[in-house]
Write a protein that binds this ligand. Sequence first.
Ligand code: C5P
Length: 206
Amino acid sequence: MELKASQMEFTVAIDGPAAAGKGTIARALADKFGFAYLDTGLLYRAVAAKGGDPVQAAMGLTPQDLARDDLRTLAAGQAASRVAAMPQVRAALTAFQRQFARSAGGAVLDGRDIGTVICPMAEVKLYVTSSAEVRAERRWRETGGDLAQVLAEVRERDARDMGRADAPLRPAEDSVLIDTTELTIEQAVDLACAAVLARFPERTIP
Ligand code: C5P
């Protein structure tokens, strides 16, 4: 029996450090294949921005919390990586992410622990990275400010995300590595599409 694409469960897990291009690739895959997209970094940013007890904030997160317009700043990213090191905060956000990952029609999630902890059974796992210098420069083009300071913050966040005890950032063993340091956006997206197509159920009809 053929499977309708709209009924299919298919998860693409994208992990990697800040400003490596995960979001751009995730959105491109969502557009091309009709997947639902969840930027999981936004959950941690919203928890930190809410203030008060981070565990309570994570347990009571609402769609309005995710719609704030101050979540994309460098400071919000730094604050997010601090609350993200708390195991109870991570635990409070796990069920929602796992449920999202099984959305009908497929889902793509990007973050730090999607392939390793949230969705270890994901059909496709990508680890998207690039040099700290290139990532800092990309971020600096978006935010302005002092490039050396942005680079220092990128390195600080990498160290915190990779060094924490609970769900540290690392590539899943079965992930496809995409190093975007010397790739254009189109080249990186093409590699990601190829990885998805390689695992797409043959009998799926659009
Ligand atoms: O991806 P983004 O830069 O928005 O993530 C902000 C912070 O949230 C990260 O530096 C990381 O500490 C945390 N995070 C996480 N696990 C995820 C997504 C984000 O720990 N799945």
